[in-house]
Design a protein around this ligand. Sequence first.
Ligand SMILES: *[C@@H]1O[C@H](CO)[C@@H](O)[C@H](O)[C@H]1NC(C)=O
Ligand SMILES: *[C@@H]1O[C@H](CO)[C@@H](O)[C@H](O)[C@H]1NC(C)=O
Ligand SMILES: *[C@@H]1O[C@H](CO)[C@@H](O)[C@H](O)[C@H]1NC(C)=O
Ligand SMILES: *[C@@H]1O[C@H](CO)[C@@H](O)[C@H](O)[C@H]1NC(C)=O
Ligand SMILES: *[C@@H]1O[C@H](CO)[C@@H](O)[C@H](O)[C@H]1NC(C)=O
Ligand SMILES: *[C@@H]1O[C@H](CO)[C@@H](O)[C@H](O)[C@H]1NC(C)=O
Length: 659
Amino acid sequence: MVKLSWAVVAAAVLPVVSAKCTPKPVKIKVESHGGNATSTHQYGFLHEDISNSGDGGLYAELIRNRAFQNIEFHPASLDAWSPVNGASLSLNVLDQLLSSALQYSMNVAADSSAGQVGFSNDGYWGMNVKKQTYTGSFWVKGDYEGSFTASLQSNLTGEVFGSTEVESKATSSEWTEHTYQLVPTKDAPNANNTFILTFDAAGAKAGSLDFNLISLFPPTYRGRKNGLRIDLAEAIESFHPTLLRIPGGNMLEGLTNTTRWDWKETLGPLKDRPGYPNVWGYPQTNGLGLMEYLELSEDMNLEIVLAVYSGLALNGDIVPKEKLQPFIDDALDEVEFISGAADTKWGSVRAALGHPAPFKLQFVQVGNEDWLAGGEVGWQTYQDYRFPMFFEAIRVRYPHIHVLSSGSVFDGHNIPAPGLGDYHVYATPNSLVDQFDLFDQTPVTHIIGEAAAVHPNGGAGWDGPELMAYPFWIGTVGEAVSMIGYERNTDRIIGSCYAPILRSLDRWQWAVTMIHFAADPAKTTKSTSWYTWELFAGHLMTHTLPASASYDPLYYVTGKNQDKGTFIFKGAVYNSTAGADVPVSLKFDGVKAGTQAELTLLTGPADPYGYNDPFTGVNVVKTTKQHLAAGKDGSFKFSMPNLSVAVLETEPSEKKPKN
Ligand SMILES: *[C@@H]1O[C@H](CO)[C@@H](O)[C@H](O)[C@H]1NC(C)=O
Ligand SMILES: *[C@@H]1O[C@H](CO)[C@@H](O)[C@H](O)[C@H]1NC(C)=O
Ligand SMILES: *[C@@H]1O[C@H](CO)[C@@H](O)[C@H](O)[C@H]1NC(C)=O
Ligand SMILES: *[C@@H]1O[C@H](CO)[C@@H](O)[C@H](O)[C@H]1NC(C)=O
Ligand SMILES: *[C@@H]1O[C@H](CO)[C@@H](O)[C@H](O)[C@H]1NC(C)=O
Ligand SMILES: *[C@@H]1O[C@H](CO)[C@@H](O)[C@H](O)[C@H]1NC(C)=O
């Protein structure tokens, strides 16, 4: 907001460009040969459970604290649960556990004359209730004759939108699972709804029943069991990503050396998943586990970058050399679980979970930001033994896999080839533009594992007002300029990942995020950055092509898509002289007069710091599509305003351009 007045002042002092003084066009002449094959997975994202982007976000489970998980730093609790009709709720550890992973359960006690009693759950700050099929399940222990009533109700008015009876199979001798479907007869007007489960107190022989793993799913993305929230998965899918980096981020490392993300604890039936402390201040169910990530990558056709724990925790704990081998073995097990044949030890575990075919895995990253925690010793031990030990072990067993380090030569953390680099950039718009040619300067292949414009120009630091509240237009254009820089160097850039991808508006640890959401899908908001990533990712090149003109204020990359038979230009204008439009004359060698092309132009709001606000729903990004025909000399002529992003793609030619 401070920047709004700055922009107004700037506009007032700058000379107005008169229509008569038309600047000379930037003439771009693109050669038909001599480029490089591009990476086929150029645009992607990082997912880890931060800002409830997993539990309560992409993971569709509606019930919060569904299994009273007792997790390091987060002891079992009755968080999110409330009694209904005077029942008394308490945590119990019964002699007979539901599973060794889920030791705590909820005892629901009431006077036998109390009538219908039970409990309600707040969900992840509400629940979306629509006329659709919800799939519920819960485990009970205790003798009960009668039925349970599961319902979805307004927390504001008590109105019941849907309810169903579930016949009891409960006994005191063992835990019994009950499953059911619930179809509301009405859409709820808002998301301030709760889930309620009740039973007839008179039918509960011992005066109480014990419950555990109480779960409720709406329809999920591609109908997967234990699946993803449809609108969020589709908001991601629709920006056409081709790359997914999992499972973090800092989340991979854990806070201490006993609380790393242990992929083996995320597999199989939900009752066998103990949960995970996370590193972002809230516990995690592990419902969104390794298999769910792999299914997501399969459904969206994403190349995976799998990060494996490298022996460094966020508190600076470093696994000494003589204790590292078990972690290396664990990483090799994980690679085998993902990509091994169904008759290998871990491949057979995957097959038993319903996926006999191996998943594709080409990229394994050792650790995450090993220069961040542990001070200088962190990186020193990484260079000395941690990276080399993982690298050797993975390469010996899986020679086709590319092993990435977690540092970059640009952070002063070089790992010589054939180890690859990972560069993370959270920056101001100006510095993203300044880094346009960064990757022209290194022969080392990198992934841009995390990228986003997060500070206003002149801003820095991780706390306080110098961090923006949402992705913002000038930052988005800065990202576009740096992405063009990456794509120009695509022979050495595996791809780039926007990070983080999702943020709950109700509980978050990181503001600037590509997509924002709440329980109410009407709040799902694509940020300004979503639009540029979508535009660039939606026009993939197979090859870059050399071009003539210099850069600044127009930054661009040119190439072709050999499969489609098209030529492509991606450009962004930043800091044009006095804010004037930049005329462009673009000629692809071999493109004849009259050839058709589509130009998609993105422009932003008057305030360069404007953003897409979930609470107003206004989209500040304007998308304009124009059909252009190449002129007599074969060139396309168009104009790009200050702070704009554009893609031009020619119509497919019958004769596909050859490399
Ligand atoms: C409805 O829920 C939202 C999200 O938790 C909350 O911000 C809002 O205050 C609630 N409204 C009412 C009337 O309780
Ligand atoms: C329901 O209302 C109670 C009491 O106002 C509140 O504590 C709780 O957070 C609300 N839950 C939802 C889902 O709105
Ligand atoms: C974990 O850290 C503690 C010190 O904080 C150390 O004693 C222990 O050996 C470490 N364990 C591993 C596996 O590195
Ligand atoms: C953009 O222009 C401003 C004002 O002239 C200047 O301070 C800034 O460095 C420029 N940024 C870039 C990336 O050129
Ligand atoms: C292709 O890659 C080479 C080697 O990195 C580089 O010198 C050249 O500029 C690249 N060409 C294009 C058009 O990007
Ligand atoms: C032109 O763009 C720069 C950033 O690239 C911005 O700071 C400036 O306000 C814009 N100038 C005008 C006159 O809009």
